[in-house]
Design a protein around this ligand. Structure first.
Ligand SMILES: C[S@@+](CC[C@H](N)C(=O)[O-])C[C@H]1O[C@@H](n2cnc3c(N)ncnc32)[C@H](O)[C@@H]1O
Length: 437
């Protein structure tokens, strides 16, 4: 392995410091701009090489003491060693740069992007832990950075305290059903009625293990415990407390499907909902596409709008439908299970809408956005039916900018985009853009 020495020039998109030397580029995790470093050069990565910090010769001016003792060992956070102000500017700039790469120049992308919306420490309400049995012990926590090793967590400044506090009980529970050397994932979500835990992976699962798990779940006061062998198998419920796992979207109560999608922090969800509802205040008929179990749809229906919700996840649509009915919103809200990549809403369906809200997964909403763009053209399928307003949330700046470019080329104007730091100290970014025509 060769070494490279030099000064970190800037932060790369994945939160690794960038060192340019003799015409080559190196990405060095856990460094900040201004650090003078020696690093071991590893494999090729994109337009350069991955490298591992070996010596920090001189610290850059914005290097700070990380708040978590596991930082750098634990793969959960990448950027705790950077001062708040440059970190915030860099996060916002991830969205600005993605828009610039898609030619958002007039007006300049920087003028369209709001300040970063921050979330508090210890606010993440869902986490995916790994657990591995090593003889008579269960290691439980996050993977070490770029490794299959597990950091046995003793503290965490990102998670809500309840998620962290349950780890000893989960360790004790899982040891009953995990063979030596076996590993499973645990998805833990904090709800209003307690923790919803889904174990994913191979377990010893005879009658006595089921009974032991159910007892342990009760003792740990979980709201629900489920198990699924892998992501293609249905979750099997092993225990449910007196109240099912409940969340609230605005004033509407929803029973979460086991392991069902929920925005990682309530604060980021609320920020996005506030932005979306404000933009949609004059729209009467709204489609909430990629709706999940209704974080936007139920708030919109409660605000008096007629809502069409669609998502590919059957349990999410069932949860949303049941919640709307129980809250007396069923007359205003229709929820449909639908794969929007294969079967996006069509120009015929747009006729009944004043606005479309999109909140796709990381890959973006390519097919749906294409349909909206095509509907701005009068064609064989009829006249221009594209609605005057599109609100698009996203969790990847690059797919957001790609889909934004399609909308803008079709005649929409990006009014503003708001970056939201839902995943603090990681390179991930949430955002919401408002497009009008
Ligand atoms: C980022 S989540 C947003 C959920 C919801 N808007 C919320 O805020 O809770 C993305 C959603 O897209 C759904 N999804 C993923 N691929 C899909 C597809 N091809 N068609 C429809 N929905 C899809 C997932 O089930 C998930 O609910």
């Amino acid at each position: 392995m060769r070494d490279v020495e030099g000064v970190i020039a800037r932060m790369g998109g994945q939160g690794h410091g960038v060192l340019d030397k003799d015409g080559e580029r190196f990405y060095v995790p856990f460094t900040v701009p201004g650090d003078r470093v020696s690093a071991k050069v590893g494999e090729e990565r994109g337009d350069g090489f991955a490298a591992q910090l070996s010596v920090l010769e001189d610290a850059g001016p914005d290097r700070v003491e990380p708040p978590c003792r596991h930082f750098q060992a634990c793969g959960g956070c990448a950027l705790q060693h950077w001062a708040d102000a440059p970190y915030r500017d860099w996060k916002r700039d991830r969205l600005v740069s993605a828009l610039q790469r898609r030619d958002f120049t007039d007006p300049p992308a920087a003028d369209l992007v709001d300040d970063l919306v921050e979330v508090p420490d210890r606010s993440r309400r869902r986490a995916e832990f790994v657990a591995r049995r090593v003889k008579n012990r269960v290691l439980m926590g996050f993977h070490e950075a770029a490794s299959r090793k597990i950091v046995d967590l003793e503290d965490c400044v990102v998670l809500r305290p309840a998620l962290f506090a349950v780890l000893p009980a989960l360790r004790a529970m899982i040891i009953e059903v995990l063979g030596d050397g076996w590993a499973v994932d645990l998805r833990v979500t904090e709800t209003l009625t307690g923790l919803d835990v889904v174990i994913i992976g191979k377990l010893k699962m005879r009658v006595q293990e089921r009974i032991a798990l159910s007892r342990a779940a009760k003792a740990a006061a979980l709201a629900r415990l489920s198990w699924r062998f892998d992501m293609s198998s249905e979750p099997e419920m092993l225990y449910q407390g007196e109240a099912a796992p409940l969340v609230k979207f605005g004033d509407t109560v929803v029973t979460l499907a086991p392991g069902g999608f929920l925005q990682a922090t309530a604060e980021a969800e609320q920020a996005m909902a506030d932005l979306a509802l404000d933009a949609l205040k004059d729209a009467k008929r709204v489609a909430d596409l990629f709706s999940g179990c209704g974080a936007f749809a139920l708030r919109l229906a409660a605000a008096g709008k007629s809502v069409l919700a669609a998502d590919a996840d059957r349990p999410a649509i069932a949860a949303l439908t049941a919640a709307a009915k129980a809250a007396g919103l069923g007359g205003r809200l229709t929820a449909e299970m639908r794969d929007l990549e294969r079967r996006p809403l069509t120009r015929q369906e747009f006729k009944k809408l004043d606005a479309i809200l999109l909140d796709p997964p990381r890959a973006g909403a390519r097919a749906q956005v294409q349909q909206i763009a095509e509907a701005t053209q009068a064609g064989a399928g009829g006249g221009d039916t594209a609605p005057p307003l599109v609100v698009m949330a996203a969790c990847d700046p690059n797919s957001f900018a790609r889909d934004a470019r399609v909308l803008v080329d079709a005649g929409y104007r990006l009014e503003r985009a708001t970056p939201i730091d839902q995943f603090r100290w990681s390179p991930h970014l949430e955002m919401l853009g408002i497009f009008r025509r």
